[in-house]
Every structure is written in structure tokens, then in C-alpha cells.
Design a protein around this ligand. Structure first.
Ligand code: RB5
Length: 152
């Protein structure tokens, strides 16, 4: 299952992406917001990311105006590696190399076509591990308050 969330700046784009997921038969859980009314993106980010950390969702998609604010909030949740992307190359490689578990997009930055391409690239790519494993572990060291250099 894919967890989804947005604020008012990402609402329209989220709706387009939900239609795309439905067409592809991909199961999702929509944590809102459910209208274009102003709301605070950190609150949505927390709910969606908790769902990923608890493993109820495999991955998540988040939307705000730029994709940036909601990615900053998401990255404060322990266990989350959120990537704000604007093209499908980045969306693919953030899964392959960074083992990102959340893709963030800006409703005022990208159109529905680009967003759906990014979603497809993100959801179909798998973490490559290997040399990237150590680097991702170093990211998680920083999150845990450890010095990643101690690992070398
Ligand atoms: C809301 O106006 C906007 O600030 C928000 O959607 C987002 O872009 C923040 O990073």
C-alpha cells in the first residue's frame, strides 16, 4: 500500500496522481487534505510518514506547493528518507541509490504528466544496495546522532 498526503498547494496534483494510481490498480491510503482549503503540511507529513515507519505503507507520496516544505517535515520523522523531485530521473535514482521511502512533489512546480512519470519511476525502482548501502547507513547515523565517519 502507498500512503498519500498533501496540503492545499498540492491538492490538485494529488487528485491527478490518485486517478493515475486507480487506473493502474495500485492500492493507496489517502491521508488528506481532502480539499484546497489552507492547512499545515507538517501535520499531514507526520501522519503519512508514521504509516511508512510502522510498515503499514511500503512507500509514500507527498505534495505541497513546492514539494520542499513537506519534504523537510517528512525528513524529521525517524526512519524517513524523503526526496523532493522534479523529474523522473531523480525519482528513479533516489530509490536506486538513496533508498528513499517518500517522494515529494510540488503542485505549483510540476504538471500532472511529469508527476505521474515520477510516481511510476519511483514505485517501480528498487534499492540497489551494494556500495550505496554504506552511504544510506551513514545518513541514518546522522539521524541517530552518530558520526558517520566512525563507520569507516
Ligand atoms: C503553501 O502556500 C505553501 O507554502 C506550501 O504548500 C509549500 O509549498 C511549502 O513548502
Amino acid at each position: 500500500m502507498i500512503a498519500i498526503g498533501c496540503d492545499h498547494g498540492g491538492y490538485e496534483l494529488k487528485e491527478e496522481v490518485l486517478r493515475h494510481l486507480e487506473e493502474k490498480g495500485i492500492e493507496y491510503k489517502d491521508f488528506g487534505s481532502y480539499s484546497g482549503e489552507a492547512c499545515d503540511y507538517p501535520i499531514v507529513a507526520k501522519k503519512v510518514c508514521d504509516c511508512v515507519v510502522s510498515k503499514e505503507a511500503e512507500l509514500a507520496l507527498l505534495f505541497c506547493g513546492t514539494g520542499v516544505g513537506i519534504s523537510m517535515a517528512a525528513n524529521k520523522v525517524k526512519g524517513i528518507r524523503a526526496a523532493c523531485c522534479e523529474n523522473s530521473y531523480s525519482a528513479k535514482y533516489t530509490r536506486l541509490h538513496n533508498n528513499a521511502n517518500v517522494l515529494c512533489m510540488g503542485g505549483r512546480v510540476v504538471g500532472a504528466g511529469v508527476a505521474c512519470e515520477m510516481v511510476d519511476a519511483f514505485l517501480s525502482a528498487e534499492f540497489e544496495g551494494g556500495r550505496h548501502e554504506r552511504r544510506v547507513n551513514e545518513i541514518m547515523d546522522i539521524e541517530a546522532g552518530r558520526n558517520p565517519e566512525d563507520r569507516l
